[in-house]
Structure formats: C-alpha cells, structure tokens
Design a protein around this ligand. Structure first.
Ligand SMILES: Cc1ncc(COP(=O)(O)O)c(C=O)c1O
Length: 400
C-alpha cells in the first residue's frame, strides 16, 4: 500500500534527525564520533540505581507499577520543587511543576500548546536542532538571534523587536533560549544579558522558554542565575531534565512555570502519553533523596572538565589556522567556526572515510546560515579518542 496519501500535512515538516542518520553511517566502522550528544556512561550511577530500583519495587511495588496522574507522582513533584530551590531555580507560589518524558517532550508540548501557523518563534542562532524539529510541524516563522561568547546578543534582539510591526509583535509566541552551556554553541549568557532579556520580555510582553539541561553541572566557577529565578512576572517557562545528571534512559524531565500556563501543557500531555513512567519517577525521587543525583553531578563535572580541556588543547594544536571555537564552561559541546568558506555538510561524508564524525553546524541555524560550522561533542569519546579524532579532523580540514 502507498501510505503517502494518508500522511497528514504536518508530517511534511518532520525530518529524520541528521545526527541520528550520521550515527547510523558511523556504526560498526573505525570512526571516532564527535557527532552524538550522549553522556559518558561512566557518569551513570549503575550500582546505586540497581539498589534503588529493587528497593522501589519492593517497597512501593503496587504504586510504582500503577498509572500515575498526568502531572506526575505527587511526592516526586514536591521533592523536585525543593531540589530545584536548592539548585537556585526559584519556584514561586503561583508556579506548578509537571513531569515530562524528557525535556524533549516539554518542547513538543510547547509547540502544541502555543504555536499556530505563521506565529513567530525567536531562537538563538545556532540553537538546539531537536527544538527546531519540535516546533516546525506547527509551521511557525523563525527569527534567529546571533550568539557570541556572552550568549544571545540581546542588543540585536532589541533592534529586531523595535523594528517589528505591531501585528508581527503580537505573533511572537516565545523566545526559546538555552542560556547556560548552550547546545550546540557551547556559550553561556552573562548576567547582564539575562537581565536585558527579561527587560525586553517585560517591555514587549513576551514569554521565554528556558531550556536548561546543563546548568546543574557547570564546571567553572562562574556566577549566574537561571532566568526563571530572575523573573518576577511569570514570563519564564523552565524546562529541565535528569538526562545528564542521572540517566537519559529513565526519560524523566520536567516543566516549571506559572500554573495557568503549565495546566494547559498538562492537558496536552494527557493525550500524548497519559503520564511519564511511574517507575522512573520513583527511581528519580529516591535518587534525589539518597544524594545520588548530587554525586552524579559531581562526577559529571570532573569527567567533562577533563575531556573539555583535552579537546581544547587538541584544537589549539590542530585547528589554530583553521578556525575559531567556543570555550564552554559546562555542557558537552564545542562549536567551531571555520575560517574557510566551506560547506561542512557534504564534507562530513568524506570526514567519515577518514575515520571521524562531527555534526555539520548549518542545521542548527534557523535561517540557513552557518554552513562553515561544526559541532563537536566531548562528553562521550575517551580522552585518547578526542586527541586522535581532533588530529584526524585537523588534517582533514587542512587538506581542503
Ligand atoms: C538543549 C537541549 N534540550 C533538550 C534536550 C532533550 O533532553 P531529554 O529529552 O533527554 O531531557 C537536550 C538533549 O540533549 C538538549 O541538549
């Protein structure tokens, strides 16, 4: 049967993630991959989680294996709220928190609840590819704001907002940002820019989606506060996840914001998956209580700082004449801007033949720019692989 006539209009905007396709090509070959975004499995607290999982099933058996409310297990939501408070993420009286199936589901719910065709979404440029892919089926228009080492250029944002017609301004549904250890850019927004962003949100009556998977294991002593914490008027919807600070496989994320907004997200979620895994929520709850999450964050900080340093050193050695790159204080990615005007997308297949994989940066730009960029992941490969892979990549780009 030819199914194409059956597919809905929105499937036109669904694309296989380039990264996943790339990883498939690299499978089974002697390829050092900087393409994925996987945590180092060394950070997974395997023994602790084995004990916790059997404790949960033995102790909370029937509850942990049962359906749960769409918003999530009540005790977990309460514990999560106080954990976030300890982490410096402010939870207001008017706020509500719901558990999502990874923060990726949060992005999908945002798309479903907030976006209509021709609405405007403002993102950083570059931004997280899977966020673009979550928003696209709703057919919004994207406006990209450049980033530099201090994060989103809020002056540029201000100019754009100033120049927009009243009608267009009313179509801006939200500003999507990853302020801390941005993926893919590897930069962190300064406090001044965070405050400026919130001032603009206030002045132009805008909502901010703060996607924050990385701030809990920043590995340099920098001063920052979440936009959610700085916000006074319910202008920030905060998305978080346990993927990088416990395990991505348990698929536990969350959404925190004004209850009037979050309750609509909860309604949308009901039709998507009824609720996120009850068992996973109990596991995450117990992991917080036993300090396993804190321990995992410490370990991630240590491992990723060392790997980042190895990658920065290797880039210094092999990429000095080829381009410039970001120096992340956290997260998992370094972003490279090549000096030469080359398109890294077709080149990636040739790089694979040389035994190294990266993600071409262009797909992270909502306006089709960024062809001469690439994203490098440093969390997953070993230190030896990072040294060897960057050497291979340097030789490859030097020869072009
Ligand atoms: C910026 C950003 N947002 C969201 C996610 C989704 O994470 P998860 O669904 O595992 O919570 C990721 C994962 O890499 C990410 O980098």
């Amino acid at each position: 049967m030819d199914y194409t006539r059956l597919f809905s209009h929105r499937t036109k905007y669904m694309r296989a993630s380039e990264i996943r396709e790339l990883l498939k090509l690299a499978e089974g070959k002697d390829v050092i991959s900087f393409a994925g975004g996987l945590p180092d499995p060394q950070t997974f607290p395997v023994d602790d989680l084995a004990k916790i999982a059997s404790y949960i099933i033995e102790t909370y058996g029937t509850q942990a294996l049962q359906y749960a409310p769409t918003a999530g297990v009540t005790l977990f939501r309460k514990t999560l709220a106080s954990w976030l408070d300890n982490q410096g993420v402010k939870v207001n009286d008017n706020d509500s928190i719901i558990v999502t199936t990874g923060s990726q589901q949060g992005l999908d719910l945002v798309s479903r609840v907030l976006l209509d065709k021709r609405d405007i979404v403002i993102t950083e440029k570059p931004t997280y590819l899977a966020a673009i892919n979550a928003f696209k089926p709703s057919e919004p228009r994207f406006i990209g704001i450049e980033i530099d080492d201090d994060g989103m250029k809020t002056d540029e944002l201000e100019e754009i907002l100033k120049s927009m017609s009243k009608e267009d301004l009313s179509k801006v549904k939200f500003i999507y940002t990853i302020p801390t250890s941005q993926n893919p850019g590897g930069v962190t927004m300064t406090m001044d820019r965070r405050k400026h962003l919130l001032e603009l949100a206030e002045k132009y009556d805008l909502l901010i989606i703060e996607d924050d998977p990385y701030s809990h294991f920043v590995f340099e002593p920098i001063e920052f506060q979440a936009l959610k914490t700085l916000d006074k008027n319910g202008r920030v919807l905060y998305l978080g996840t346990f993927s990088k600070i416990l395990s991505p496989g348990i698929r536990v994320g969350f959404m925190l914001g004004d209850k009037n907004l979050v309750s609509m997200m909860e309604m949308a979620k009901q039709a998507v998956d009824l609720h996120s895994s009850t068992l996973s929520q109990y596991v995450a709850l117990e992991a917080i209580k036993r300090g396993v999450v804190d321990k995992t964050m410490d370990k991630a900080r240590r491992i990723y700082r060392a790997k980042r340093d190895v990658m920065l050193e290797a880039l210094e050695e092999h990429f000095k004449d080829l381009g410039r790159w970001t120096r992340p204080v956290g997260g998992m990615f370094i972003f490279v801007y090549l000096y030469k005007d080359v398109d890294t997308k077709p080149l990636m297949y040739k790089a694979l033949e040389r035994g190294v994989a990266y993600v071409p940066g262009g797909s992270f730009f909502v306006d089709g720019t960024g062809r001469n960029t690439l994203r490098l992941n440093f969390s997953y490969p070993s230190q030896e692989q990072i040294r060897e892979g960057i050497k291979r990549l340097g030789e490859f780009f030097s020869a072009i």
